[in-house]
Write a protein that binds this ligand. Structure first.
Ligand code: RTP
Ligand code: MG
Length: 139
């Protein structure tokens, strides 16, 4: 079994609602280790790179507007199968449908906006994780 790294973002809704600590605590409590941590308000250029796969989709513009609306906490977590493990902790993309016990299921809901404000992002593959970590932690 190889140790993986994943990029976790606490999105602007999570930071502004004061949920950063509660969210990171769940990930640490499952046994994953924080390898890097930063707070920043991402530029449009950074977000365009991060969300390149979604360019042209109907939610792309509202997603970028949401993500640049305030501070985001970016973390690299490490551990065996952390990519799958974090996505399981995060729950389904739609926070209303996300299972109770997950971050999105416990803390999120639909606010009737043009984009799903679902508190967190987690990389979806080893390749995405390495690409995204390079974008958010260029050093
Ligand atoms: P993430 O990338 O943030 O971990 O979430 P995900 O894989 O579950 O979702 P993805 O399909 O990659 O979409 C990226 C983010 O775009 C927003 N979104 N809104 N129909 C909508 O309103 C819609 N669809 C996607 C969400 O913020 C989602 O996390
Ligand atoms: Mg995704």
């Amino acid at each position: 079994m190889t140790t993986e790294r994943t990029l976790v973002l606490v999105k602007p809704d999570g930071v502004s609602r004061g949920l950063t600590g509660a969210i990171l605590a769940r990930v640490e409590a499952k046994g994953y280790r924080i390898a890097a941590l930063a707070q920043l308000t991402p530029s449009r250029d950074l977000l365009a790179k991060h969300y390149a796969e979604h360019e042209g989709k109907p939610f792309y513009e509202p997603l970028l507007e949401f993500m640049e609306s305030g501070p985001v906490v970016a973390a690299v977590f490490e551990g065996e199968r952390v990519i799958e493990g974090f996505r399981s902790l995060a729950g389904a993309t739609d926070p209303t449908a996300a299972a109770p016990g997950t971050i999105r299921g416990d803390f999120g809901r639909d606010w009737g906006l043009k984009v799903q404000q679902n508190l967190v992002h987690g990389s979806d593959s080893v390749e995405s994780a390495e690409r995204e970590i390079g974008i958010w932690f260029p050093a």
